[in-house]
Design a protein around this ligand. Structure first.
Ligand code: AMP
Ligand code: ZN
Ligand code: FE
Ligand code: FE
Length: 281
């Protein structure tokens, strides 16, 4: 089984990369992609810990924003982590997430939630990409709410007055950088309306022109209608169709391997990277 979208504690997942690899094997996965938000910082541990029986695909989930302000997540897989342009863009996003967090905290403080940047940092592993889930964990630790889910539902969702965006490339720019770095680009949970506004069907044309390689069709946040539509778009443009868990450890309900990618679809993706970069022991 192939799961191409998971998070570790190098972003907002709760398992270390080594725990994630153990769980992947225990769940019967044969191929796992590590795709932390806007970083490759977990790659080293994943690589070092890899054992025979599991193939490792290294990647990242890149936060993007369209020119009309819609949030898009682009999975970059199998790219060269030495690529300067891609790494610089990710570093810029990570830096910008810090100022953005201060702004969200100021809005919460004005609404009488007593939470500080130190409270949030206490929830973050060393070297991890900072995100709203860490703020959610801080609010849970302070007793304001019961779970990340509840915090997102009540105060941190994209349409909330507390929401602040951060610098992000457009999907086309992110795709271009992933491709320049030799990797493949797969648009994640593109029709998940749980996350606010989603991109139109027409916008896929522009992503394909930029070099899009695949669409994450099978994801828990997609309805059956979403899956049918995305599958049709993938057929229309001859893109790979993936399925994945978007596992975050205890940070989300998503279970490892709950959706997976067909081997033929993964081969299609792998063939579109400029080098064979799947790692095996
Ligand atoms: P950020 O990158 O800081 O904008 O935060 C977005 C992240 O929050 C996403 O990657 C999700 O994994 C996570 N997230 C979004 N909604 C929820 C939710 N309802 N429960 C837990 N985590 C969520
Ligand atoms: Zn996440
Ligand atoms: Fe995502
Ligand atoms: Fe994700």
């Amino acid at each position: 089984m192939i799961d191409l979208h998971t998070h570790s504690n190098f972003s907002d997942g709760t398992d270390s990369p080594s725990d994630l690899l153990n769980k992947a094997m225990a769940n019967g996965l044969t191929t796992l992609a590590l795709t932390d938000h806007d970083t490759v910082a977990g790659w080293q541990e994943a690589r070092d810990y890899l054992r025979p029986g599991l193939s490792l695909v290294l990647g990242s989930e890149i936060s993007c924003q369209t020119t009309d302000g819609i949030s898009v997540h682009m999975l970059g897989l199998l790219f060269d982590p030495e690529n300067e342009a891609l790494m610089t863009m990710m570093a810029q996003t990570r830096d910008n997430r810090i100022g953005r967090m201060h702004k969200i905290i100021a809005r919460l403080n004005a609404a009488h939630y007593e939470v500080t940047i130190a409270d949030v940092e206490a929830q973050l592993s060393e070297g991890a990409t900072l995100g709203r889930p860490h703020l959610a964990d801080a609010l849970v630790a302070k007793g304001y709410m019961k779970s990340r889910e509840q915090v997102f539902a009540e105060v941190l969702h994209n349409d909330s007055p507390f929401y602040v965006s951060h610098y992000s490339p457009t999907p086309e720019v992110a795709i271009g950088l992933i491709k320049q770095a030799g990797g493949v680009a797969v648009i994640a949970h593109a029709m998940s309306s749980l996350r606010g506004r989603v991109v139109s069907e027409e916008s896929f044309q522009s992503y394909v022109q930029a070099g899009l390689d695949g669409i994450e069709v099978f994801h828990r946040d997609h309805t059956i209608e979403n899956r049918v539509l995305l599958s049709d778009i993938a057929d229309q443009f001859d893109l790979a169709k993936t399925g994945s868990s978007d596992y975050h450890g205890n940070g989300k309900l998503n279970q490892l391997a709950e959706f997976h990618t067909a081997p033929t679809e993964f081969e299609k993706l792998e063939a579109r990277a400029n080098e064979r970069r799947v790692i095996k022991r």
